[in-house]
Design a protein around this ligand. Structure first.
Ligand code: TYM
Length: 326
């Protein structure tokens, strides 16, 4: 049995990119693995947050985990800041990483572009992420393609420490989906779908109303060629919509291409609205049932306790191997 760990930031607007890149995999993996799923609230404070809003978003993401099918009787679900080992290990890893490698992270470069100075937390974000993963002796990390570079850095740090000290960490592997690993913005398929983009029609959030989903899909950017074909180079818009269609319908891209051979974008988009609404409606219904329940809080408290036991064991090993404490 392998250990799986992943996390999502509680920043609101959890969208179908997050779902397809991460949450959907969480559910698949829990059948045959020991899974730990975290709401990474300490990552969220790398940018300013309203405290009330942050706590609301934390509970929203926790309820979404359960609504998409994460089962607390199989998986551990908890909030990052409830287990102190994350920040503790983060410091140890900070002392074994380099400003050069952190400066090369594209996410940091994007977020700090054009600024003379950026928040330190944004710079060290990937180290806290590495701490999350290494704290649980993780074998597999299911994430979207946009996290590849962070996973690579995590592996580099783990290998570096294992070589320098006693073998301390399990070196994890990322798990990325082939099709749909990166869902692009509907209004600009050259950019990834993001929680923070200003245009709400650039994304489909998991809790969007059907009318909003329809509007966003019908106005999604395509091209003037008129054929429904998977071609990321020349047809990024249609390719992105095909990816979304495929994951929500369970059909292969080639099958969808055949179904829509000779048909127009309007038809295809209309059907995609239906496929998407059908997939998201039950998630939204379950979310509404769970969100204000006692059960949710109980699940998170219980999760933090179980995660804490594993985290403490790892921290003891880390401290022993580094000669920290008495
Ligand atoms: P976050 O909250 O930004 O994203 C959560 C997950 O969604 C994936 N994702 C996407 N997948 C496909 N298409 C997109 N457009 C898209 N946008 C986001 C992300 O890859 C991610 O899997 N740094 C992480 C959070 C984190 C974490 C961890 C993950 C913190 N510690 C430890 C795994 C293990 C992040 O980007 O979250």
């Amino acid at each position: 049995m392998k250990r799986v760990f992943s996390g999502v930031q509680p920043t609101g607007n959890i969208h179908i990119g997050n779902y397809l890149g991460a949450l959907k995999q969480f559910v698949e993996l829990q059948e045959e693995n020991e899974c730990i799923y975290c709401i990474v609230d300490m990552h969220s404070i790398t940018v300013p947050q309203d405290p009330k809003e942050l706590r609301k978003n934390t509970l929203d993401v926790a309820a979404l985990y359960l609504a998409v099918g994460v089962d607390p009787s199989k998986s551990i679900v908890f909030v990052q800041s409830d287990v102190p080992g994350h920040s503790e290990l983060s410091w140890v890893l900070t002392c074994n990483s380099y400003t050069g490698e952190l400066s090369r992270m594209t996410q940091f470069k994007d977020k700090s572009k054009g600024k003379e100075s950026a928040p330190t937390g944004l710079f060290t974000y990937p180290i806290l992420m590495a701490a999350d993963i290494l704290l649980y002796d993780t074998d597999i990390v299911p994430v979207g393609n946009d996290q590849k570079q962070h996973i690579e850095l995590c592996r580099d740090i783990a290998i570096r420490i294992n070589n320098k000290y006693k073998k301390t960490f399990v070196v994890p592997d990322g798990r990325f989906l082939k099709a749909g690993a990166r869902i692009m913005a509907l209004d600009d398929p050259e950019k990834k779908m993001s929680k923070s983009a200003e245009n709400i029609h650039s994304r489909i959030s998991l809790l969007d109303e059907p009318s909003k989903i329809k509007k966003s899909i019908m106005r999604a950017t395509t091209d003037s060629e008129g054929s429904i074909r998977f071609d990321p180079e020349n047809k990024p818009g249609i390719t992105n919509l095909l990816n979304i269609y495929s994951v929500f319908s369970g059909k292969d891209i080639s099958e969808i291409e055949k179904d829509y051979d000779g048909r127009g974008y309007g038809d295809f988009k209309k059907d995609l609205v239906e496929v998407t609404v059908d997939a998201l409606t039950p998630i939204k219904e379950r979310f509404n049932e769970i969100r204000n329940s006692e059960e949710l809080i109980k699940t998170l408290k219980d999760g933090a306790e179980r995660a804490g036991v594993i985290a403490e064991r790892t921290m003891k090993r880390v401290k022993d191997n580094f000669g920290l404490g008495i």
